[in-house]
Design a protein around this ligand. Structure first.
Ligand code: 2NE
Length: 270
């Protein structure tokens, strides 16, 4: 694929091809563990993908074929979070999780090798996950003095069930791609050499579909689980649809033209 670099970064790659944006963690020497800078760059790229009207689907992945992401870089974990050049401890990956959940376009995790710890949670919060046969999944929190009690626990439990989610967190075992497929943690398993091709085929199928329908579905799936914030997201999309209607435009026009709105002609559906 002729991926076009959209912006150069230090710790990630961000590129575009045929309606698809690809955000790839580029720290293969540490199995793509993330620092605050990695996350800040991913966050900016995710926002660029959201704003880019050419982009219909986003792929999240890691460089090198040996790891998707191994979580927070333990060598920069300080007192209260992961520490960057400004010496401030942060857990900014939690904001990135929210962004993945809220971007109104499907996000697909393309997983080769390790998806571990906070890296595992990143694939969990993606809409879909395609795994290579060499993929390995798991949480390590209780082993390294950490945990993710947010989406990393509650959404994982929605995906694989309460018993399995508790097993994953309490035992910190590792699971291969077939285990993950069996528990509904990934959508498909393919040979490593077919990973990008298959992911791009799935993206192409989604790109043929109605972007508004996909947008509504994503917020509808979220709404059931995200409470008031989920309803806000779904309702925002309802407002978007309403603003596209003549009925809503009549209200705006009447105000601007300083006249009484005439809503009488609009249908009162049963
Ligand atoms: C992923 C795993 C199981 C792979 O094992 P293996 O044996 O295949 O590789 P190795 O030798 O451990 O790793 C290769 C290099 O990458 C570094 C290693 O230290 C090693 O470096 P060198 O010895 O060659 O210099 N590396 C790997 N993961 C790293 C990491 N996360 N931070 C810094 N360096 C890392 C094995 O590597 C492993 O278990 N990695 C640690 C996984 C982990 O515990 N991640 C953090 C979980 S906590 C978290 O992510 C988190 C959270 O819980 C809540 C909020 C935010 C984040």
């Amino acid at each position: 694929y002729a991926w076009e670099t959209i912006k150069e970064y230090q710790e990630i790659k961000y590129s575009y091809y045929n309606g698809v944006a690809k955000i790839s963690i580029n720290r293969p020497h540490v199995h793509n563990a993330f620092t605050p800078l990695t996350v800040r760059e991913m966050s900016e790229a995710m926002e660029l993908a959201r704003q880019d009207e050419r982009v219909g689907v986003v792929i999240l992945t890691g460089e090198g074929g040996k790891a998707f992401c191994s979580g927070g870089d333990q060598s920069v974990r300080g007192h209260g979070g992961y520490v960057g050049e400004d010496k401030v401890p942060r857990l900014n990956v939690l904001d990135l999780q929210m962004q993945i959940r809220r971007i109104p376009k499907p996000v697909v995790a393309m997983v080769a090798g390790w998806a571990i710890g906070g890296g595992h949670v990143l694939h969990v919060v993606c809409d879909l996950s395609i795994a290579a046969e060499n993929a390995r999944f798991g949480q390590t929190g209780p082993k390294v003095g950490s945990f993710d009690g947010g989406f990393g626990a509650s959404y994982l439990a929605r995906v694989v069930g309460q018993k399995k989610a508790r097993e994953i967190w309490y035992l910190c075992d590792q699971y291969d791609a077939q285990d993950a497929l069996q528990m509904g943690l990934v959508n498909k398993v393919v040979p490593l050499e077919k990973l990008e091709e298959t992911t791009m085929e799935w993206c192409a199928k989604m790109l043929e579909k109605s972007p508004m329908a996909l947008r509504m579905l994503k917020s509808a799936f979220n709404a059931e689980l995200d409470g008031q914030a989920g309803i806000q997201e779904l309702a925002g999309n309802a407002t978007l649809l309403y603003y596209l209607s003549e009925e809503a435009k009549e209200g705006r026009d009447a105000f601007v033209q300083k006249r009484k709105p005439d809503f009488a002609k609009y249908p009162k559906f049963p």
